[in-house]
Design a protein around this ligand. Structure first.
Ligand SMILES: Nc1nc2c(ncn2[C@@H]2O[C@H](COP(=O)(O)OP(=O)(O)O)[C@@H](O)[C@H]2O)c(=O)[nH]1
Ligand SMILES: [Mg+2]
Length: 422
């Protein structure tokens, strides 16, 4: 049996690789000398070739639909809630916000952690999409390359009437707006696929294994090309798992999951379905097997300017119980099939984001790739059991702390300790 050099048990993590980022509010960082331990590098959720700090959602849509208003509200709200969270604005159009999760604070209190670190989502305000972007109009290809890097797309659709705010096509028309954007994405993918197919035709595979891979990629691309030609997104093509893997490196735009964000007037927030534009978006979203969230970007922006005591009152006066941002984050998590597990100790309690179906070593790899490579076992307890017991030690005594091997599929809310060697 291979000798284990060192055997670690890590309740809390001190050896995360960190990425420094510029903060919009440096004073928040001043109290955190080690910058941003929250941001362990991790796999991109949709394209495996990208190393990503957190889940990345790109906000797209035609000009003047409310993208920047929504983006700013998301980031401001993140700041407001982030007494202890190193949110940051990396660039003017990129912001990182905490994923709200009440379980985090319960665990943190039980473990008497010095800090609680939520999972995070990175929002990107992607400007410049107009008709003809795939041919270089507007910001054209620059814009498209930004979308290639995101895990999910939030497409903001204007459903509010306001004569003072110009609509690029002269009138509010969600179906046409959605078609314009989706067509640009389709054109861009078609272009990329056709170039790739040309290359694959030359067949450079040197061994039988690579040949099998190339063949899978080719057959996948041919299926997708057909879907795109029919005006449908790449994700509508039915591919085998192997074919899916073979094309992941291309990060096709229309492979990415989409949430339509219907931006409505504040007066319609309580009963959005009464708005015929929203109905249209609803129908399209369900036809395209995509998510839908109704939001008023304007209201979200106004909320960030109110003291927190007044926010609930304001929302009540509009007939709703909570701000739309929580919905937006939850919808993104749901659509991507994401799960949360926790690590919890005296140093910190932390929420980690993984994909549904990930095994214990893969989940450990989200923290650090060494944890995946050197994985031995995981000790795990369900969130509710941990809370009832009060600590890992008490959970062990009660027999609810399980020791799991490398095939264990991590469940939502697991509180975990990893044993690994390096
Ligand atoms: N009436 C109304 N105006 C909005 C709403 N959302 C955004 N706007 C306004 O529409 C204009 C364009 O918004 P902006 O967020 O810059 O759009 P972007 O081009 O998509 O980034 C701004 O003047 C916003 O104040 C909304 O929900 N209702
Ligand atoms: Mg904008």
């Amino acid at each position: 049996m291979a000798r284990i050099a060192r055997n670690h048990l890590i309740p809390a993590l001190s050896i995360l690789p960190t990425k420094s980022c510029l903060s919009a509010n440096p004073s928040l960082f001043a109290s955190r000398p080690h910058s941003t331990p929250v941001l362990g590098f991790r796999r991109c959720f949709s394209c495996p070739s990208r190393l990503s700090m957190s889940l990345k959602a790109g906000i797209v849509g035609l000009p003047n639909v409310g993208k920047s208003t929504l983006f700013n509200a998301v980031v401001e709200n993140g700041k407001a809630q982030a007494a202890n969270f190193p949110f940051c604005t990396i660039e003017p159009n990129v912001g990182i916000v905490a994923v709200p999760d009440p379980r985090l604070h319960v665990l943190s209190d039980l473990s008497k952690s010095q800090r609680a670190v939520p999972a995070s989502i990175e929002f990107v305000d992607i400007a410049g999409l107009v008709k003809g972007a795939s041919q270089g109009e507007g910001l054209g290809n620059k814009f498209l390359s930004h979308i290639r890097e995101v895990d999910s797309i939030l497409q903001v659709v204007r459903c509010f009437e306001d004569n003072d705010i110009v609509h690029v096509n002269g009138k509010v028309d969600p179906k046409s707006d959605i078609d314009v954007i989706n067509l640009e994405l389709i054109f861009s993918d078609l272009d990329q696929i056709q170039k790739r197919l040309e290359k694959l035709k030359k067949g450079k595979a040197r061994d039988s294994q690579s040949k099998i891979k190339e063949d899978a990629e080719k057959s996948a691309l041919e299926k997708i090309e057909q879907a795109l030609m029919d005006g449908k997104p790449a994700r509508s093509a039915s591919l085998t798992d192997f074919e899916n893997d073979a094309i992941k490196h291309l990060c096709l735009l229309t492979m990415k999951p989409v949430i339509y964000v219907a931006n409505v007037a504040e007066s319609e927030l309580a009963e959005p379905a009464n708005n015929p534009y929203v109905k249209e978006v609803m129908n399209l979203a369900s036809e395209l097997k995509s998510g839908l969230v109704t939001i008023s970007a304007q209201v979200e922006a106004e909320l960030t300017e109110l003291p927190s005591e007044e926010r609930t009152e304001y929302l009540k006066s509009l007939g709703v119980s909570e701000s739309g941002l929580g919905n937006l984050i939850r919808a993104t998590y749901g659509l991507l099939g994401l799960r949360t597990y926790f690590t919890s100790g005296e140093k910190e309690t932390k929420a980690w984001t993984i994909l549904a179906g990930m095994t214990a070593p893969q989940a450990a790899g989200v923290i650090h790739s060494d944890f995946e490579k050197g994985f031995i076992r995981a000790e795990t307890v369900a969130y509710d059991d941990f809370v009832t017991a009060g600590s890992f030690a008490a959970a062990r005594e009660k027999g609810v702390l399980r020791s799991e091997g490398k095939d264990y599929v991590v469940r939502e809310g697991d509180v975990m300790l990893f044993r690994f060697n390096v």
